[in-house]
Design a protein around this ligand. Structure first.
Ligand SMILES: [Zn+2]
Length: 299
């Protein structure tokens, strides 16, 4: 069985998966310091006890850039600084007896949805997660893009969409994430995303309606850029904001259809029905693939 640990923006999500099925899952609140590792470890131990087994493989997702050569997180744009440059694979070996495969969370989600999730079998895909920040990932001809140092495909939230926009913590100016994400909304208005896209958004508030339109346009422009760069057959939209369903998906899809390069066939849009499992599915697939590799490849 595979133990999957996803260090998310507000929660650390854990799952034990066996034969493609989730045997047990749990989530613990993020504290924002090294106690997160202890919390993850103790939650994982009780999950494994419930699932009555030891993990054959471990997958860990982080909301930042992972160096493919070392498995260490290089940078996370003002999030999870305490996990930066930690050897999480060795931590996993100490805690659970097996080294972990470590992956960027959006890339893991894309691998999850294209392997056993809502886009199973698709070989050309991009994923956009609208959450605390904006996470993206891209797959071309069945290969999730990583690039020379792990940055390929995952920085779609840091495409410049407004030259005179705010400075992003990443150092760039006018990034889509700095203009339209949960942290950006909280920084500029003190509000949570529920105020814009909750079950009972303040529809009568004209100021909020303007912000909502603006956010949808920023996300639409971000997806147009990703479609132009990666030529996907499917665009997977995920993240907590998609709980608002068609109110988010339809305007983004309409924006993309109106603005995409003329000879590009507009991609199919997918909103995963079980988005909480995307990352765990991807980590399970990655951990199994690593488990199947010959031992001499291990350091
Ligand atoms: Zn940025």
């Amino acid at each position: 069985m595979e133990l999957c640990i996803d260090f998310g923006g507000t929660e650390i999500k854990l799952a034990v998966i066996a034969g493609g099925r989730v045997r047990a899952s749990d989530a613990v609140a993020v504290r924002g310091d090294l106690r997160d590792l202890d919390a993850a470890s103790s939650a994982a131990r009780s999950l494994l006890a419930r699932a009555e087994g030891d993990p054959d493989a471990v997958g860990i997702a982080v909301p930042g850039v992972v160096d493919p050569a070392t498995g260490r997180m290089l940078h996370a744009n003002a999030k999870y600084d305490h996990l930066r440059d930690l050897d999480l694979s060795s931590w996993s070996r100490r805690e659970f007896g097996v080294p972990a495969v470590v992956e960027n969370d959006a890339r893991a989600a894309l691998i999850g949805e294209t392997s056993t999730g809502s886009a199973a079998g698709e070989r050309d895909a991009v994923l956009v997660t609208l959450g605390t920040g904006i996470g993206t990932a891209a797959m071309i001809d069945g290969t999730a893009l990583r690039g020379r140092t792990g940055h390929a495909g995952i920085l779609g939230g840091h495409a410049t969409v407004e030259l005179d926009g705010p400075v992003c913590p990443c150092g760039n100016v006018g990034c889509s994430e700095a203009l339209a994400s949960a942290w950006a909304l909280h920084a500029s208005t003190g509000l949570g995303m529920d105020a814009l896209f909750g079950t009972a958004p303040a529809t009568g508030d004209r100021d909020l309606a303007v912000v909502r339109e603006r956010y949808l346009h920023v996300w639409g422009a971000t997806v147009v850029t990703l479609v132009h760069m990666y030529d996907p057959a499917v665009v997977i939209l995920s993240g907590g904001i998609l709980r608002a369903g068609d109110a988010v998906r339809n305007p983004i899809e309409a924006y993309v259809q109106a603005h995409v390069w003329p000879s590009i066939t507009a991609p199919r849009f997918i909103v995963p029905p079980e988005p909480e499992l995307s990352v765990a599915r991807g980590l399970s697939a990655l951990a199994l693939a690593r488990d199947a590799r010959p031992l001499e490849e291990e350091k």
